[in-house]
Design a protein around this ligand. Structure first.
Ligand SMILES: CC(C)(COP(=O)(O)OP(=O)(O)OC[C@H]1O[C@@H](n2cnc3c(N)ncnc32)[C@H](O)[C@@H]1OP(=O)(O)O)[C@@H](O)C(=O)NCCC(=O)NCCS
Length: 255
């Protein structure tokens, strides 16, 4: 999967693992990563191990002392001093991590292209306005962009103990790769930034909430990305740009 390095929020690192890697079990066992239940479906076992291995790599890049990511219900528990997020795609898992409190929370989603074949799920997640926008759009990734943004923002919020409905999370897009979602958590209005794109036929989306007072790392001082080929410019293609122009014409582009 190819994600342009310079699109990642400053201080955020990303790592990816193939969940169909033949050595996955062995590599996970070697560093003490085990599945949380013996009767998990084999595919889910591989996803979980790959996600935890990716998280470990991301934490290693941040020079974290503790590399193990715990679990509370379904949610990952990051070592003290770090926040992060995990997602699984077709045959891969990815994790992002960043130092807290500079970053309050992160959410990652990786999603194969969603279309009207997932209408039930889309109706569950998208508002009527968002449904209309996607229906009118020529952008083949329009549905996925909304879905993925909501999933990433949900994880970002859930890590702070807030579990919003997906419909309530309404992205305002600045362009095909950038947006914001405003949320209220514990009576405080907060802004979550979105950055995403399409790489190798999958959408990636990162939701990040920064500490407003944080002195975030210099853009040029970011650690290298593990497992991602670094490319530039954004791999969304002219088709997407055209599609987004249409989204904008429908009045959704942020000012
Ligand atoms: C939690 C949720 C966002 C996971 O997304 P998904 O597309 O199913 O799966 P992904 O592969 O992208 O992400 C899975 C990872 O999300 C993380 N995750 C799960 N629950 C989480 C939570 N409450 N907070 C933060 N991260 C969470 C886990 O790390 C998990 O991987 P792991 O189990 O291997 O550690 C999704 O299932 C969800 O519940 N979404 C919205 C809430 C909602 O309305 N649910 C009803 C759906 S019918």
């Amino acid at each position: 999967m190819r994600i342009p390095h310079d699109l990642l929020p400053a201080g955020v690192v990303i790592a990816v693992e193939r969940s169909d890697d033949a050595d996955l079990d062995v590599r996970a066992a070697a560093v003490g990563i085990e599945v949380y239940a013996a009767d998990l479906h084999p595919k889910r076992q591989r996803e979980f191990l790959a996600g935890r291995l990716a998280a470990r790599t991301a934490l290693q890049q941040m020079q974290a002392h503790t590399l193990a990511v715990g679990r509370d219900g379904n949610a990952p528990i990051w070592p003290a001093g770090f926040c992060g997020s995990i997602s699984h795609g077709a045959d891969l898992a990815a994790a992002i991590a960043a130092p807290s409190p500079s970053w309050r929370s992160l959410g990652l989603d990786i999603e194969a292209r969603i279309g009207t074949n997932r209408m039930r799920a889309l109706r569950f997640a998208l508002s009527d306005d968002e449904m209309r926008i996607c229906e009118a759009s020529a952008d083949p990734w329009a549905w996925t962009r909304y879905w993925s943004a909501k999933e990433a923002v949900f994880k970002c919020c859930a890590a702070l103990g807030h579990r919003p409905t997906l419909q309530s999370l309404q992205p305002a897009w600045r362009d095909t790769g950038h947006g914001t979602v405003d949320v209220v958590i514990s009576n405080t209005a907060l802004r979550i930034d979105l950055v995403g794109g399409v790489a190798d036929e999958a959408m990636w989306m990162i939701a990040s909430m920064r500490d407003a007072t944080a002195d975030l790392p210099d853009e040029t001082a970011r650690p290298a990305v593990a497992g991602f080929e670094i490319v530039s410019p954004l791999q969304t293609g002219a088709e997407n740009a055209q599609g987004f122009a249409q989204l904008g014409a429908n009045g959704t582009a942020a000012a």
